[in-house]
Design a protein around this ligand. Structure first.
Ligand SMILES: [Zn+2]
Length: 149
């Protein structure tokens, strides 16, 4: 028997999908939601802070903030193969947060990226099975992508 928990972080992030047949090829942004889904046994060690929890939500939040939010919030994500966008962004001053990735920044690809950012930090403290099972990315209120290994 296992239990799953979810916690999300939100970012305001720009991107474009360079080959898109319609408006997604333009520079624009989203209020992204990156939601980690973690599965594990409930900690039953008496008296510890996490007793009764799979993992402390605040610890999950801290990982999401450091490894997702602080990387892409108020940044522009650009595909390394998108020479036109990289040239345009190169005219901005060095304080501009341009985040170059080796993939087209769709919600699907960002879900895998976010999973890989977070997964090494989901650690097991009390000998219980604990793992990141999925990363969900909401690009718009109607549009989600999920990546799971
Ligand atoms: Zn978009």
């Amino acid at each position: 028997m296992t239990t799953r928990i979810r916690r999300y972080v939100e970012t305001d992030t720009g991107h474009r999908v360079p080959n898109h047949k319609s408006k997604c090829r333009h520079f624009h942004g989203h209020r992204y939601r990156f939601e980690a889904e973690i599965e594990g046994d409930i900690v039953d060690t008496p008296g510890v802070s996490e007793e009764g929890m799979v993992m402390d939500f605040s610890d999950v939040s801290q990982i999401l903030m450091e490894h997702i939010h602080d990387v892409v919030d108020h940044a522009f994500i650009v595909y390394s193969g998108d020479e036109e966008a990289k040239l345009a962004l190169s005219h901005l001053n060095s304080e501009h947060r341009t985040f170059v990735v080796p993939f087209i920044p769709t919600a699907e690809n960002l879900a895998k990226w976010a999973f890989d950012q977070v997964e090494p930090h989901i650690k097991n403290s009390y000998g219980t099975a604990l793992k990141l099972v999925a990363m969900h990315v909401r690009e718009t209120p109607k549009s989600w992508a999920t990546w799971m290994p």
